[in-house]
Write a protein that binds this ligand. Sequence first.
Ligand code: FES
Length: 384
Amino acid sequence: MNLLTRLNQVTAKTLFHTESLGSYFEPLIQRVKPAWRTHWFRAQVLSLKPLRDDVLQLELAPQKTWPQAKAGQHVLLTLEINGRLMTRPFSISSAPDQRQTLQPKKRVIRLTIKHTADGAFTSALSQHISVGGFVNLSAPQGEFLLSDSVLNLPETPLWLVAAGSGITPFMAMLHQLALSTHRLKPLFANAIQSPAHKPSNPIYVVYFAKAGEHLYVDELTVLAQLLPQLKVKLLVRKNGDNLATALQGCLASSQVLICGPGQFKQDVDHQLDAINHPPQHRQAEYFQAPILPKTDNGEQHIQLTQRGKQTQLTLATNDTLLNGLEQQGISATFGCRIGVCHQCQCVKKSGVVRNLRTGELSQQGEQLIQLCISQAVTPLELEL
Ligand code: FES
């Protein structure tokens, strides 16, 4: 990092609690140029394809400077909808160096987007983008990755446990493993290179979805032919398929990756705990922050400062601060609502919050917090 970049970061953090000066001035620049985002990249839409009524597949060609993704990472996609910028995170479901026959010279990523119940973003998506148009993308993000140390131990079994659209990062990983195994030449000079050996770990995909709603069934069949060590179980919980049976054979030494709704992640954790699978051999990515049980009195006092005006509130401690503020009629800026986009960031002047993604408690003093994944643990002073 050069000195100017560091100076920019330190000044922005000290004065404005933002990552860079560009981030602080972003709202002002957006008044003139609404689609402007600092640190974001443009990507051209190459194709749009409905996989089901509620699932859309998008192929994008990011600009040349977009950093190379790793299998399992996600991106934030931003669109301007009715004059407002909205951002949502989506996993990349293609291998980082996947070939694309129609655009052999372009770097192409595939996103698989499920229409969500609150749906403001996903339902507007197909009206606001079209083939040939452009969207804003963040750099690839996330640490939900296959670790090289596991792939270098071929006797370590890999369990990829998914529910619903949680299969998407696993599709990226499986495609990447198939490319590595068959030593297909990476398409781009800066693509992830195949490991020196062919990964040969046993791989078990345990994939729960509603009957008839499993995604990429044909691709999984092809991948199972390319990767002889791959076994795929397509399961439907309502048909009596259960986690205990699905995870039979999972050893303490197995590396387990879980992706799906928050409740599904908790259920898998309980099952793995029951068979003494060590938590340090697990990684998880989940869609909603789990709701924790109420504390003894169930409420905390909040002093809120908004545009110089102070308000006293009482918020439930078993819900996120963002939900609590909205229930009191206070509007706060938000994007993804799951702790990824940082649009709901605000300054906590004092008090302790729990981060629902990590379970960690904050320090008592001033710091930036994300309202959508924070719960009050003590009385708080917040500045929006
Ligand atoms: S709304 Fe995206 S991090 Fe909170």
